[in-house]
Design a protein around this ligand. Structure first.
Ligand code: GDP
Ligand code: IMO
Ligand code: MG
Length: 427
């Protein structure tokens, strides 16, 4: 029974960190399976706020073992500064496990990410500039550097050469930049080896043995369904698979082990970076959602683009992930609107379309068809049960559930751990 996947059902920043932290108390392992420090997961515990980028949100629960799986890309300098920051605040991070097969974000791939974006100009993706895309590209091109490579200097040097030679050609001849010295990169990478060593493990074996012993394992997605390299709004996506299947490849656990897939769904929609977003608002409502929802990126500090809830997207997320449940977040942010528009379908070239179009061009032309739902003005942040919610808030949740295709099993009414209404238990 006990493997669960928790992932973003929209374009990221749905509140995965909070949801993971909440479940952390009842699980034995929390595993990141894709992405890297492009993620920004906020967890609020009491009066303490934590911003996690690479570490699984389970790190804040002492009983829980945090795991960085083989599918993650790791920037060691970011990892160490995150660990230092947590240690300074009294968080014990000694249980962390890191897959020896996880790929390393090398300094040259951070450079390549930034110069490529600059070169793309107005066609840029709006990446987080953390080297994510180039590192996954190296992995697929079979010139990536893995964590285990740090423990064989000769192999490491050969691999850095293989990867960097061609990039230096590109940097100097195409982008007019200075070449990066191979020795300097090798030296920097080797300097991380000793500190990383105690964390490095055969995480595939550890997790499968844990599952055999009926331990509870939670896979925490970064990014979101619509940022998935295969199922998202390509090319305006990240370079990994945040969708449920990514948990299997990114952690080495078979699909038969996964019993529950929970989609984290914001009560409205946000997006950071470029790409289509049918319900995006450019008016006072958009500004209000951004202000009330605190919609500013945890990683890059960019303002998030904001819009109304999009049920077409939610239905799509249910389908491609096989969602069993939703965790609806930030319902409190919608308090105060007299009417709340919800996108129920799109109009594309004069036709009503109920499902996400497979054609990128159609999606770019999609105009939202809205249904207005009655709002509420009562403060809901203290609500503990579904019955505590005002009738119109209950109806809003029920309408979203009906349109989205999976039961809403929890509702966030504030950023804190306790500001959650639990409807069906997850474990
Ligand atoms: P993640 O990337 O999916 O983990 O989400 P982020 O942390 O980037 O963004 C979600 C933001 O919403 C964070 O600031 C959370 O503290 C906050 N948050 C999460 N759930 C709720 C909620 O139910 N209500 C409110 N008001 N804030 C929430
Ligand atoms: P969490 O886990 C929102 C977006 C970037 C950009 C695109 C590609 O906090 O939900 P990348 O650096 O990954 O190559 O950028 O993906 N993006 C995110 N947007 N939340 C995230 O993570 C994101 N991680 C990447 O803004 O549009
Ligand atoms: Mg985030």
């Amino acid at each position: 029974m006990p493997a669960l996947v928790l992932l973003g059902a929209q374009w990221g920043d749905e509140g995965k960190g909070k949801a993971t932290d909440l479940l952390g108390g009842s699980v034995d392992y929390v595993v990141r399976y894709q992405g890297g420090n492009n993620a920004g997961h906020t967890v609020v515990v009491g009066d303490q706020k934590y911003a996690l980028h690479l570490l699984p949100s389970g790190i804040l629960t002492p009983e829980c073992t945090p795991v960085i799986g083989n599918g993650v890309v790791v920037d060691p300098s970011v990892l160490f500064s995150e660990l230092n920051g947590l240690n300074e605040r009294g968080v014990d991070t000694s249980k962390l496990l890191i897959s020896g097969n996880a790929h390393i974000i090398t300094p040259y791939n951070v450079t390549v990410d930034k110069v490529t974006e600059r070169f793309l100009g107005k066609r840029k993706i709006g990446t987080t500039g953390r080297g994510i895309g180039p590192t996954y590209a190296d992995k697929i091109n079979r010139v990536g550097i893995r964590v285990q490579d740090l423990y064989d200097e000769s192999i490491l040097t050969q691999k850095v050469e293989a990867s960097l030679d061609i990039k230096n050609q590109m940097l100097t001849k195409l982008y007019n930049r200075r070449a990066i010295a191979i020795e300097q990169v090798v030296e920097e990478l080797l300097s991380y080896a000793d500190r990383l060593k105690p964390y490095v493990a055969d995480t595939v074996l550890v997790l499968n043995q844990a599952l055999d012993q009926d331990k509870v394992v939670l896979f925490e997605g970064g990014q979101g369904t619509l940022l998935d390299i295969d199922h998202g709004t390509y090319p305006f996506v990240t370079s990994s698979n945040p969708t449920a299947g990514g948990a299997c490849t990114g952690a080495g656990v078979g699909p038969t082990k996964i019993s529950r897939v929970i989609g984290i769904l914001k009560a409205y929609t946000t997006r950071v970076g470029s790409g289509p977003f049918p319900t995006e608002l450019f008016d006072a409502d958009g500004d209000a959602l951004r202000r009330i929802g605190g919609e500013r990126g945890v990683t890059t500090g960019r303002d998030r683009r904001c819009g109304w809830f999009d049920a077409v997207i939610a239905r799509y997320a249910t389908r491609v992930n096989g969602l069993t449940d939703f965790f609806l977040t930030k319902l409190d942010v919608l308090t105060g609107w007299e009417q709340i528009p919800v996108c129920v379908a799109y109009e594309i070239d004069g036709k009503r379309v109920e499902e996400l179009p497979y054609s990128q061009t159609d999606f770019h032309h999609a105009k939202p068809i809205y249904e207005n739902l009655p709002g509420w003005s009562e403060d809901i942040t203290k609500a503990k049960t579904f019955a505590d919610l005002p009738k119109n808030a209950q109806a809003y949740v029920k309408a979203l559930e009906e349109m989205s295709g999976a039961p809403i099993s929890a509702i966030g009414v504030g950023p804190g751990r306790t500001e959650t209404i639990e409807i069906n238990s997850f474990i």
